[in-house]
Design a protein around this ligand. Structure first.
Ligand code: B1M
Length: 209
């Protein structure tokens, strides 16, 4: 089996120790970092489908997430070759009530690569914390809010509306995450939406230029 296929299988199986080793081996075998990343993203879809089907439970889902994160750590230096902070500071996080961070971390990596300085607020970020962060940091040009659950879409709305209603200016707000659409982004008053990490960085550059 090609190493990249082994990476996929071990992410699905939640093997935290094996995944980073196999990612190194896949790179050595000649696989591109982007392809290995996509393979791991695909594995997480399989994991999600198995969870939906009742074949696995939350602990297994968590193990797969941790295994993928270890793999991403190996790829990060190869992918995040950003130019520092030429596009200003991006405040990023996952909204209140939501603990999913893999997608947010990938978006963060791509934003850094695009030239933003990153301030990562982590997960479960309440609306007020976004405001504090915008006030606490210089040259904030972008606020990026991620949400992965249909049940936290109202928190995404609250975050955007709190930020937009704060009177603070000089930045754009971009939203994304599996249940989010352009239509929802428009409805809640976000400046931009992107369906994946790569297009989030492209959209972000467009918004702040
Ligand atoms: Co959760 N979970 N989870 N989970 N989990 C999903 C999202 C789910 C679809 C699984 C399923 O049922 N098939 C489902 C949501 C259903 C729904 O809302 N309709 C779900 C559920 C139900 C839950 C719990 C409620 C389960 C429970 O407790 N009964 C619970 C909620 C906890 C909470 O947050 N309060 C829960 C918990 C967890 C774990 C903690 C175990 C773990 C997360 C660990 C972690 O993130 N550190 C987990 C995982 C791993 C998943 C799945 C399997 C994988 C998520 C992932 O990392 N995907 C997921 C199933 C799935 O996605 N198919 C699932 C890979 C990642 C690269 O993709 O995050 O979509 P994604 O990010 C993409 C895009 O969405 C986009 O770009 C990224 C990269 O291209 N994007 C943005 C994301 N943010 C963006 C921001 C942007 C722009 C683009 O601009 C700012």
């Amino acid at each position: 089996m090609a190493k990249i296929e082994e990476v996929k299988a071990m992410v699905e199986a939640g093997k935290m120790r094996q995944v980073p080793v196999l990612v190194q081996e896949a790179l050595a075998e000649g696989s591109a970092a982007q392809d290995i990343l996509q393979a791991m993203v695909d594995s997480m879809s399989v994991v999600g489908d198995k969870f939906s089907a009742g074949e696995i439970y939350v602990p297994e889902m968590l193990m797969s997430a941790k295994a993928m994160a270890k793999g991403v750590d190996v790829l990060k230096p190869l992918m995040a070759n950003g130019s520092g902070s030429s596009l200003g500071t991006c405040i990023i996080g996952t909204v209140a009530g939501d603990l999913h961070d893999i997608g947010k971390n990938l978006v963060s990596m791509m934003m850094e690569s695009a030239g933003f300085a990153i301030v990562d607020l982590g997960v479960d970020v309440p609306a007020t914390k976004w405001i504090e962060a915008i006030k606490d940091h210089k040259n904030v040009t972008l606020v990026a809010c991620s949400g992965l659950l249909t049940t936290t879409m109202p928190a995404l709305k609250e975050a955007v509306q709190t930020i937009k209603g704060s009177g603070l200016t000089g930045f754009k707000v971009i939203v994304g995450g599996a249940p989010v659409s352009q239509q929802f982004a428009d409805e809640i008053g976000a400046d931009g939406f992107a369906p994946d990490a790569g297009s989030a960085a492209v959209k972000a550059k467009e918004l702040v230029s």
